[in-house]
Design a protein around this ligand. Structure first.
Ligand code: ADP
Length: 543
C-alpha cells in the first residue's frame, strides 16, 4: 500500500522559489573581475535567474543538453547554476585550473553546447576554441561596458543576454531524477570521469547539509564558500544556503588570497566558511604575519584532504574558531562524513576533542559506509582494522557519465568503492589512512602517509609536508618525508625525525627527509603524490 502523500518532484527550482518568497532581502556579496564588491539581494538573484532561464530557452537547445561554466565563485555563476538546471538543462561546471588538454577533453566528452566564461578565463578559452567545435556560443560573465574584443564565435555579454528578458518564468516540472549538474573528477590517473547529479540527489544532499550535526546552517548565518562552484557544487552550498536563507559571500577570483579572505570574513561578518586545508594555510599565515585575529568567524568546515591537528589547534587557540572536518568526493555530491561531536563525547578533554576532529568524521544519514578487506569481507568498527572504504546512498553516483558499466567503480552488491583506505572506530568516526594508490607498503604492512604528514605538520617550522613511498630492496618501500619549511624557519632532518619519534609507530618514521621550495598540488588543492613519486623515483635512501 502506498502512502497518501503528494508526490512533488524534488527540483532545484523549488529552492529558488522558497528563497525568493522567504528571504528576498538576504544579501549576496561577490568579488568579480568587473566589480571589486558587488552586492545584491536574494530577490535580485531570483529575478535575474528567471531572466536567464528565459534567455537560455531561446538558445534552441534540447532539455538535457549540457551548458558549461568556466567561472569563479560569484553571483552570476550562482544564477547560471539555478537557471540552467532549473530550466531542464545540465550545468556542467569545468575547473579552470585543469590543464588545457583536460579542459578540452572534458568539454568535448560532455558535448557542451554553450559555454559561460569568466572575463579572467576568456584568454584560456580563446586558445582552445578551435579544439571545442561543438560549442555553439559563449556567454562572457560581464556587461557590454566591460566586454572585451574576442575571437570567440557567437560571443555575448551576460548582461546583454539577460537584459531584455522578462523576469517572469514558469519553472518546468519534470521527473526529479533528471540530471541537473555535471562535474568531472580531476583524474590524477587516466582521463577525468563525469559525475552526473540529479535534482533529487542535490536536494536530498542539501537537506542533509543544513542539518545541525552536519553544517548546522541557519538563516542568520553568513557563509563564505572558498570551495569553488566549479568543483562539486561548492560542497552543495548554493542549494543548502538558499534553502535556509543564509547570507552568501563569494570571493571570486581572490579565492587563494589570504588578505582578501580575511577582509571579507571580517567586513561581511562571515560566521561559516568552507575550504580545503591549503586555502586555510594562506589565511592563517596572513593573520599571523599581520598580527590579526579572526573576530567574526565561528566555524569552518575543512575537507578535500586530511586536516592537520596543528591547523585545528591554531584556529581554536588563536581565533576561537571551531573546525569541523568533512570527508567526501565528487562521486558523493560530495558529503560523506563530518567530525561534529556526538553524544558520548561530552567528557572529552580539549586535546581528545582535537584528536576527534582530526578524524574525517562520522556518517551522515543517507550515506552508508563499510570497510572491507581484500576479499571483500566487512571489517569491524574498532578504530584499528583498516580496509577499502565503500559507500552507498541517494547522493552517491551509480556510475560515470558515458562510461556506464565500464568503470569497475562499483561492487557487485551495489556499493561504490571510494579508493580510500580507512578505519572506523566504535563511535562511528572514520579516519582516512590513505588513497589506495598512495599507500606505502613496508615489509608487508601499510604505513599511513596521512598520519606521518599530519604529525610533521605539527612542528612549528614545517609549512607543508608530504610523505611518499620510495623503493627499498628489503622492505619493498620506505617512507620519504618531503618538507617545505615555514618562512624564515630553520630545521634539520635530525630535528624533524626526532619530533616524530614517539608520536608515530617507530617503523613509520621516514628513512630520510628532503627540503623543497614547492610541493605540487592537483587542480583541487590536493598534494599530487603521483608527481612527487615521479620526481623522487630514483631517490637513494641512506644505508
Ligand atoms: P578530485 O580532486 O580527484 O576531483 P575529489 O575532490 O572528489 O577528487 O576528492 C575526493 C578525495 O579527496 C577522497 O576520496 C579522499 O581521498 C580525499 N579527501 C577528501 N576529504 C578528505 C579528508 N577529510 N581527509 C582525507 N582525505 C580526504
Amino acid at each position: 500500500m502506498h502512502g497518501l502523500m503528494m508526490e512533488s518532484e524534488l527540483l532545484i527550482s523549488s529552492v529558488l522559489r522558497h528563497a525568493d518568497k522567504n528571504f528576498g532581502d538576504r544579501e549576496i556579496v561577490s568579488v568579480t573581475a568587473d566589480n571589486p564588491l558587488h552586492r545584491y539581494t536574494y530577490a535580485d538573484c531570483c529575478r535575474r535567474t528567471r531572466q536567464l532561464a528565459n534567455a537560455i530557452d531561446k538558445l534552441g537547445l534540447d532539455h538535457g543538453d549540457r551548458i558549461a561554466t568556466l567561472a569563479w565563485n560569484d553571483y552570476r555563476h550562482l544564477e547560471a547554476y539555478y537557471a540552467i538546471g532549473g530550466a531542464g538543462f545540465v550545468c556542467h561546471t569545468v575547473n579552470p585550473r585543469l590543464f588545457p588538454e583536460q579542459i578540452v577533453f572534458i568539454i568535448n566528452h560532455a558535448e557542451d553546447k554553450w559555454l559561460f566564461v569568466d572575463l579572467l578565463i576568456l584568454p584560456l578559452v580563446e586558445k582552445i576554441a578551435d579544439q571545442i567545435p561543438g560549442v555553439e556560443g559563449f556567454v562572457v560573465l560581464t556587461d557590454d561596458a566591460n566586454m572585451p574584443e574576442t575571437s570567440l564565435k557567437n560571443a555575448v555579454s551576460y548582461e546583454s543576454l539577460i537584459g531584455s528578458e522578462s523576469d517572469e518564468y514558469e519553472w518546468p516540472e519534470f521527473d526529479e531524477r533528471t540530471a541537473c549538474a555535471l562535474c568531472y573528477t580531476s583524474g590524477t590517473t587516466g582521463n577525468p570521469k563525469g559525475v552526473l547529479f540529479s535534482h533529487r540527489s542535490q536536494i536530498l544532499h542539501a537537506y542533509a547539509a543544513v542539518s545541525p550535526d552536519v553544517m548546522g546552517l541557519r538563516s542568520r548565518d553568513c557563509v563564505l564558500p572558498v570551495v569553488p562552484l566549479f568543483h562539486v557544487n561548492a560542497w552543495g552550498i548554493p542549494y543548502a544556503a538558499m534553502m535556509v536563507g543564509t547570507k552568501l559571500v563569494f570571493p571570486g577570483p581572490k579565492m587563494g588570497d589570504g588578505e582578501t579572505l580575511y577582509q571579507l570574513l571580517e567586513q561581511e561578518e562571515v560566521s561559516l566558511s568552507l575550504g580545503v586545508p591549503t586555502v586555510w594555510l594562506a589565511l592563517l599565515q596572513y593573520a599571523e604575519a599581520s598580527g590579526q585575529k579572526l573576530n567574526r568567524l565561528e566555524r569552518t568546515i575543512i575537507g578535500g584532504a586530511a586536516v592537520p591537528e596543528a591547523m585545528i589547534r591554531e584556529f581554536r587557540d588563536k581565533h576561537d574558531v571551531d573546525v569541523i572536518q568533512g570527508w567526501g568526493m565528487t562521486e558523493m555530491s560530495p558529503l560523506g562524513t563530518v567530525s561534529t561531536p556526538k553524544s558520548g563525547t561530552e567528557n572529552l578533554s580539549p586535546d581528545e576533542m582535537i584528536s576527534l576532529k582530526a578524524k574525517a568524521g562520522r556518517g551522515i544519514c543517507g550515506v552508508e559506509m563499510r570497510i572491507v578487506d581484500d576479499e571483500g569481507k566487512e571489517l569491524p568498527w574498532d578504530g584499528v582494522a583498516y580496509g577499502a572504504l565503500q559507500v552507498r546512498g541517494p547522493w552517491v553516483c551509480s556510475d560515470y557519465y558515458k562510461l556506464e558499466g565500464e568503470s569497475e567503480s562499483h561492487t557487485e552488491d551495489g556499493w561504490f568503492d571510494t579508493g580510500d583506505v580507512a578505519t572506523i572506530d566504535e563511535l562511528g568516526y572514520m579516519a582516512i589512512t590513505d588513497r589506495t594508490k598512495d599507500v606505502i607498503k613496508s615489509g608487508g604492512e601499510w604505513i599511513s602517509s596521512i598520519d606521518v604528514e599530519n604529525t610533521a605538520m605539527g612542528h612549528a617550522a614545517v609549512a607543508e609536508a608530504a610523505v611518499i613511498g620510495v623503493p627499498h630492496p628489503k622492505w619493498t618501500e620506505r617512507p620519504l618525508l618531503i618538507i617545505i619549511k615555514a618562512e624564515g624557519a630553520e630545521l634539520t632532518s635530525e630535528e624533524i625525525l626526532q619530533w616524530l619519534d614517539g608520536k608515530i609507530a617507530k617503523w613509520w618514521i621516514p628513512d630520510d627527509v628532503v627540503f623543497v621550495d614547492e610541493i605540487p598540488h592537483t587542480a583541487t588543492g590536493k598534494i599530487k603524490k603521483i608527481d612527487l613519486r615521479k620526481q623522487f623515483a630514483d631517490y637513494k635512501l641512506p644505508g
